[in-house]
Design a protein around this ligand. Structure first.
Ligand SMILES: C[S@@+](CC[C@H](N)C(=O)[O-])C[C@H]1O[C@@H](n2cnc3c(N)ncnc32)[C@H](O)[C@@H]1O
Length: 293
């Protein structure tokens, strides 16, 4: 068997030079670092596109994505190479902490006239922001009237659109506490596979605004966040990019705001002084001067 990264015997295989050009484009567009061991994955995800476009091989594909005419294909390539795996109530200790530590404070502040915003950065298909919304509604069924909102953003417009629709396989809701889901999701028409589906109800969807946003581009925010979930996203970036985004999170949050990272993600040298330890991979924005986001 010929591995995709070996000297290309066939034109459709990916050589080290084409891999390097694809990796450079992905890093420039999305901040994502691709290790050489990922050559087989890149081949697996892009070979179909090379064929569908009628191109001669990966060198021609690189010429296309680096050209002005290839802007749409470059975006499609980034979408194809990102990992969108997510689940309702993934890493459940964060939702326990959210319900115990963060939301009571935010709801009390909102009742006193200071509404809060929570950011789910790298939200994929919406399971994470809707999990936050279910926790919030459990504590404050009037959260929307109080002005509390969840901003859900992702680089990939397709996953953002899926989140906006809010339709999921019924079995995807199984990890969610039953008491929180009851009455909050409604039956949706089954998909082509006939499997039962549920749609986030009006009260849940009203709390979450979905937008496309690239974390390594500009952030057009006018107000600071009171909590940020950015879990299992930074792991795809190299260390300096991770630390830069984390430093910008500090500049985009209020003092005392909680930052939730994925289980295998940590603060870096520029961001660590700006946060105190919260819980397991959660951090609290401290009073040190905030850098510009
Ligand atoms: C593995 S999912 C994590 C989803 C969710 N946060 C969770 O933990 O379940 C990673 C998401 O990060 C998004 N992503 C990758 N690079 C990004 C970037 N530069 N800006 C914004 N989102 C990005 C991907 O599109 C993908 O949906």
């Amino acid at each position: 068997m010929t591995l995709p990264f070996e000297t290309p015997a066939k034109r459709r295989e990916i050589g080290p030079e084409a891999f390097g050009r694809i990796a450079a484009s992905l890093r420039r567009e999305a901040g994502i670092a691709l290790a050489p061991e990922k050559a087989a994955l890149v081949h697996g995800r892009l070979a179909r596109r090379v064929r569908a476009l009628g191109l001669d091989g990966f060198d021609a594909y690189c010429d296309l994505i680096e050209s002005r005419e290839g802007a749409a294909e470059l975006r499609a390539m980034v979408n194809a190479l990102t990992t969108n795996v997510t689940r309702f109530f993934r890493e459940p200790h964060h939702f326990d902490e959210l319900r115990r530590e963060t939301l009571p404070r935010l709801v009390a502040a909102a009742r006193a006239g200071a509404p809060a915003t929570i950011w789910s950065a790298g939200c994929s298909t919406g399971e994470e922001p809707y999990s936050i919304a279910l926790c919030l509604l459990d504590l404050a069924p009037d959260a929307a009237a109080l002005g509390i909102r969840i901003l859900a953003t992702d680089l990939n417009p397709e996953v953002v659109e899926t989140g906006r629709k809010g339709v999921y396989l019924a079995e995807a809701l199984e990890p969610a506490p039953g008491a929180l889901v009851r009455g909050r999701f409604e039956t949706a028409p089954p998909g082509p596979d006939g499997a039962p589906r549920l749609r986030a109800g009006e009260a849940v969807r009203a709390l979450v605004a979905f937008k496309r946003l690239n974390l390594v581009g500009p952030w057009p925010f006018t107000r600071a966040f009171d909590a940020i979930f950015c879990r299992n996203v930074l792991i795809y970036f190299d260390s300096p990019t991770q630390d830069d985004v984390l430093r910008r999170f500090a500049g985009a949050t209020t003092e005392g705001a909680r930052l939730f990272l994925g289980n295998s993600e940590r603060l870096g040298p520029a961001s660590a002084p700006l946060f105190d330890r919260g819980g397991v991979t959660s951090y609290i924005r401290n009073a040190k001067p905030a850098p510009a986001a």
